[in-house]
Design a binder for this molecule. Structure first.
Ligand code: HAM
Length: 423
């Protein structure tokens, strides 16, 4: 039996890959404007990084990691997300010591989660993410959110919903945590085993439970916003004020807690409201993680970022009917007839390509008609025709495939004359 692609992964074939390239280029261009620099970290890390970074009560760590032992007996994990590794690298490479602060980084690459595959949920998916480390200015929170919104808008998405919340600082979180324990404890036996474990360890996670989300206690659970202390409240107010000033619409949802443990203060998600987008509507998620650098062994440094997957972005573009694919065309196709002409076309093709033209030829010894068909399929602007007669007279016929107009160009000055003709 033929070997098939692993479950939850996909091949990105020519025809589809152009969309990916466009998204990647747009993301990089926006990062250049906003002054985020690329960072590349390994695909696998020590498992410990994610236990400490993402948090051992999260679904990601408990159920979704691709963890294996290498031949040296070390426990390694394919990265399920980018933030923990970026923060590790920031601390390990002492990026906090440089003159350029805050340190603003972006990444683009595959992540791995052992999830149940469905539309918009893969086991290997590509995240584009940014992290800004070293600033506790609410303006950087607004900047991070605006960068995500700008990318979606640049790619033609309109039906977006930005949801924000504040998880507060550690004092606010402790107060909220106690309130959550008091709220759930009396009836915790009505909840799933995961939630029962989470009650003492991390009751905030209960609010994120996929199994028990309809339980009546979920709706009446104490809201974090009621437990924000003055500093946290003022910080959140400033973020909202900046978003409004930037004319970025948002809604506040106090039940937004995010699925990773490192968050505090600002948390946000961007959803697609496009009809037919599917059950999973979250396009992008992020937030502030002020304790994470210290957790990774670096000095106390605030941080904020987001990540989105290219897969969900493309689904949203499809659901909104956005088609940004540029027309595919090549400059010329060499139609060569006979062995001598085919030999000559090897050098001519190379010269054309070196001069910057996108050029192609026939490699299947096709008949003339079929070669013209191939040129058409590639959307060639010109066909360059060489046969025995042309070689003898030292000229090649060049046909404009759009107008049908034909000209003769000298073979030993071909590239120069073709450059002029095709201008
Ligand atoms: P996350 O919410 O786990 O956050 O993932 C961010 C985004 O990755 C999601 O909104 C979704 O677009 C995409 N995503 C997650 N899982 C899958 C999947 N199985 N298939 C397809 N797409 C998926 C993080 O990863 C944080 N590191 C974000 C962050 C950066 N927070 C601060 N900085």
């Amino acid at each position: 039996m033929a070997i098939q692609i692993p479950r939850g992964t996909q091949d990105i074939l020519p025809g589809e890959v152009e969309k990916w390239q466009l998204i990647e280029e747009t993301a990089k261009e926006i990062c250049r404007k906003y002054q985020y620099q690329e960072i590349r970290t390994p695909i696998f890390e020590q498992t410990e990084l994610f236990l400490r970074g993402v948090g051992d009560t999260t679904d990601i760590v408990q159920k979704e990691m691709y963890t294996f032992e290498d031949r040296g007996g070390r426990s390694l994990t394919l990265r399920p997300e980018g933030t923990a590794a970026v923060v590790r690298s920031f601390a390990e490479n002492k990026m906090y010591g440089g003159a350029n602060q805050p340190v603003k980084l972006y990444y683009l690459g595959p992540m791995f989660r052992y999830e149940r595959p469905q539309a918009g949920r893969y086991r290997q998916f590509v995240q584009f993410g940014i992290e800004a480390l070293g600033s506790m200015d609410p303006a950087i929170d607004a900047e991070v959110i605006s960068l995500a919104m700008e990318l979606y808008k640049a790619l033609g998405l309109k039906k977006l919903r930005l949801v924000i919340n504040s998880l507060g600082d550690s004092e606010s979180r402790t107060a909220h945590r106690n309130a959550l324990i008091n709220h759930f404890q009396p009836r915790i036996d009505e909840f799933c085993g995961d939630c029962q474990n989470r009650l003492e360890k991390n009751p905030l996670r209960i609010l994120d439970c996929k199994k028990d989300h309809n339980h009546e206690l979920m709706k009446t659970a104490p809201s974090i916003l009621e437990y924000l202390n003055e500093d946290s409240r003022l910080y959140f107010e400033k973020v909202k004020q900046y978003l409004s000033a930037m004319e970025i619409d948002y809604v506040v949802d106090s039940t937004l807690v995010r699925g990773l443990d490192y968050y505090n203060h600002t948390a946000f998600e961007i959803m697609s409201e496009a009809e037919g987008f599917g059950a999973i509507t979250t396009l992008c998620g992020g937030g502030r993680y002020n304790g994470l650098v210290r957790e990774m062994g670096g000095p106390d440094t605030p941080g904020i970022g987001f990540a989105l997957s290219v897969e969900r972005l493309i689904s949203a573009m499809d659901a909104e009917g956005v088609d940004l694919q540029s027309e595919k065309k090549i400059d010329c196709f060499i139609v060569a007839l006979g062995e001598e002409a085919r030999d000559h076309s090897v050098i001519l093709l190379q010269n054309l390509r070196h001069a910057g033209f996108s050029a192609e030829r026939d490699y299947l010894e096709r008949k003339i008609k079929a070669q013209f068909k191939a040129a058409e399929r590639l959307g060639a602007n010109f066909a360059i025709i060489i046969g025995e007669d042309e070689l003898k007279s030292g000229v090649a016929a060049v046909k404009n495939l759009e107008t049908g107009e034909q000209k003769e160009l000298t073979l030993n000055n071909f590239v120069k004359e073709f450059s002029m003709l095709s201008q």
